[in-house]
Write a protein that binds this ligand. Sequence first.
Ligand code: ADP
Length: 515
Amino acid sequence: MTTTQDLRFLLIAPTAKDAEITSGLLNGAGIETAIFTSLERLVQELNVGAAAVMIGEEHLTGASLAPLAAWLSRQPPWSDLPMLILTRPGADSPESAEAWRTLGNVTLLERPTRVTTLLSAAQTAIRARARQYQIRGHLAERQKTEQALRTADRRKDEFLATLGHELRNPLAPILNSLEILKLSGAFEDARTAPACAVMERQVHHLNRLVDDLLEVSRITRGIIEVKKEALDLTAIVKAAIETSRPVLDNLRHEIRAEFEPTQICIGGDAVRLTQVFANLLNNAAKYTNHGGVIKVTTRREGGEAVVSVKDNGIGIAPSALAQVFDMFMQVDRSTRRSQGGLGIGLTLVRSLVGMHGGSVEARSDGPGLGSEFIVRLPLMTEAALPTEASRRIQPLPSKRILIVDDSRDGGESLAMLLRVLGAEVSLAHSGRSALDCINSFRPDVLLLDIGMPGMDGYEVARRIRANPDNRGISLIALTGWGQDEDRQRSTAAGFDHHLVKPADIDQLRQLLTVA
Ligand code: ADP
């Protein structure tokens, strides 16, 4: 917005009388003026606003020129303040030559100046300044729009994080209940088996979507961690094929693998990289008609490890190739596949590969001609690969477990599952009742939800830890929040372990074994 100060001519004339006359002329032409007697005061006033400056060259002596030159050099990019300098008659003086050299947008007006010359120069300066204000307005507008976009983007990220978290809560009891059905034989009973299989497939699909959603919101907020260790790339790709096996088999696709015969050593996060290749395989399966052929190769090329996932599916139009990695981008929403997604799988792939110092590229000869996704990762030369650690899970030992969860479904389904697995379980639905229950039930382990109304899980943990009688109790946080800062907070409150809902039953078994 332009203020009245922005429209002023700041004036230092050679004499007080000159100042009065010049100001009168400018005022007469509708130009506001402000008269100064020192350059120092004038420079101070520039901060308030000015359309242009008119100075008699007598005032531009060496020392006084520096602050003005400094002010002019600090102008924002839109600003180029017009300077009109009234020179003495005759040959060019050193002051005006210096001013011309250092002050930028300078017009020299030789005295005595004709009234029309003075007024036209003043009007030209004002017009030039008005243009600059216009640019300032556009820039401010753009800044406001960018700010609004950033705010909207941040809100979207926060919304996605909350959405993912909220969807995870109901998923936990469903997954637990499914495990119970499995243990009770419902998956083998001919009457219930098909329904159980549908439920299992769909709930796992839902779980994957929620995982993707949470993952992408973590990436956009820059809070994802990649833990790098020496890995064999082919082993990772094999694990990804196994992860995607149900989808591949379901759609009767044939997998043709061509693996580099020797180990391809890379530095990476096994979980994240498996996720990358499983995403590519799932896409190849989704976007290829039943009974397709999916070729997976691993190889060394130059200093890089290369994985290619190539299908003979619906292909991608050349115009869409560059965009498939953009968030929420789906080439053709009208032909939704049965196992549709959210359009974030490839965004995740690109981000995760980037975090490993690699790149991913999409190729296709066009619609109907199949697609190929090529991932390149830097090779790791020196490190020897660790031998595959034994992942056998021991059976659940007989432990007394207290589950504390304000969600009744969540708590009860987990209790049922752990009871089926042989544990002695008690349930509390609030922090306070958990503390009462500890004295009567004397648990070995507490599975403690964190976000509960009234006394939250942190407070319960702190109170338990404050009582020396409870020394032997293991505390496991079981919560929807799984970021590093959440883990740090739970450790600080006295928890021994931190699990994210829905807890993986094998992981829980392992923890209960060591707890
Ligand atoms: P989603 O599969 O959830 O839609 P992705 O980010 O994984 O999201 O993929 C983005 C889009 O890229 C898909 O919607 C699809 O249009 C296209 N695409 C991905 N993989 C393939 C493929 N193998 N063949 C053809 N199109 C693909």
